[in-house]
Design a binder for this molecule. Structure first.
Ligand code: PDD
Length: 300
């Protein structure tokens, strides 16, 4: 199968897809993006992703490239042209093409690129046994709520974590509090069984998965507390986990050189992982759930 990319109004084989050298995304990282999961051609939580895209664009004063209903159709068309059972859609909008100048160009049109590829979900083993994270200083800018393509601080952190044998970096602010991961949101379960995660605001990206997980937790009667937690608290927590579109719900069983609790994924984490897997139509290794097409519920 030849993968097809969408570039500014047309689909073409990915090897032939090109953007201009003066695209402001290329020269300034002047753009935003979304990563959307799809199972059997059906995008998960598309409305939430498009709503966040609109917010990111508005925050940077980049015009929308087309209406959100039209964009939803293009995403579905991209999935139809790239029939991959478990896929992720990468969607990027930049301020457009213009001679290099820090000031916003007056007449550039936003550029839109969409690609689809196989979803890099965690392995069954990672989902069943959990992963290690490395704590690092949060060196990002003050608007982490915008899903900007300017990700250098995130890349450096993730690379450092990987070189230390860890799946993710947990970023720690100047007060010793965990904000989020380099590409995921961070959670702990405290000694009272409460689910604790950093509140929304400029220090974190409001994850689509985060919004779903908090809903699922509340529906399941789990108390949710949106407050920052410290790295020390995390190391002493009963459970820890991370979430993202591509990582799903991933237990964290080691933070730096400290094993979390008994080193196995905790009950609340496993429960939320199962609920999220059921909702998304993705098999859950740890519970032996069979793959199902329960995708209708993940549209919201
Ligand atoms: N990353 N925080 C950061 C910094 C992220 O980059 C992401 C997602 C998340 C989780 O957001 P969501 O649940 O909407 O995926 C939190 C994507 C997957 C990426 O950059 O590939």
């Amino acid at each position: 199968m030849t993968r097809q990319a969408y570039v500014d109004g047309r689909f073409l084989p990915i090897a032939k897809a090109r953007v201009a050298v003066e695209d402001r995304g290329y020269q300034f990282a002047d753009g935003v993006y979304e990563v959307i999961k799809a199972v059997a051609g059906e995008p998960c939580d598309l409305d939430r992703h498009l709503a966040r895209l609109e917010r990111s664009l508005a925050a940077l004063r980049i015009p929308v490239p087309m209406s959100m209903p039209a964009l939803a159709l293009v995403v579905r068309e991209a999935l139809a042209r790239n029939p991959i059972r478990k896929a992720i859609v990468y969607l990027q909008v930049t301020r457009g093409v213009a001679p290099r100048n820090h000031l916003f160009p007056r007449d550039a049109r936003p550029s839109l690129v969409i690609t689809v590829r196989r979803a890099p979900f965690p392995s069954d083993r990672e989902r069943a046994e959990g992963v290690a994270v490395l704590s690092l200083p949060d060196r990002r800018w003050g608007r982490c709520d915008i899903k900007s393509i300017s990700l250098l601080a995130n890349l450096l952190a993730k690379q450092e974590a990987a070189e230390a044998g860890c799946r993710e970096a947990w970023l720690v602010d100047e007060a010793g509090r965990v904000t989020e991961g380099s590409a995921s949101n961070a959670y702990i379960v405290d000694s009272e069984g409460r689910l604790v995660t950093h509140p929304l605001g400029p220090r974190i990206l409001g994850g689509v998965t985060r919004s779903v997980i908090l809903e699922l937790a509340r529906e399941a009667g789990i108390e949710v507390v949106e407050r920052p937690f410290t790295l020390t608290e995390a190391k002493e927590a009963r459970e820890a986990f991370l979430t993202s579109t591509t990582s799903l719900v991933l237990p964290v069983t080691r933070i730096d050189d400290r094993v979390v609790a008994n080193g196995m994924p905790g009950g609340t984490t496993r429960r939320l992982a199962r609920l999220y897997a059921e909702r998304s139509g993705i098999p859950e290794a740890a519970t032996g759930l069979r793959e199902r097409r329960s995708i209708a519920s993940c549209r919201g």
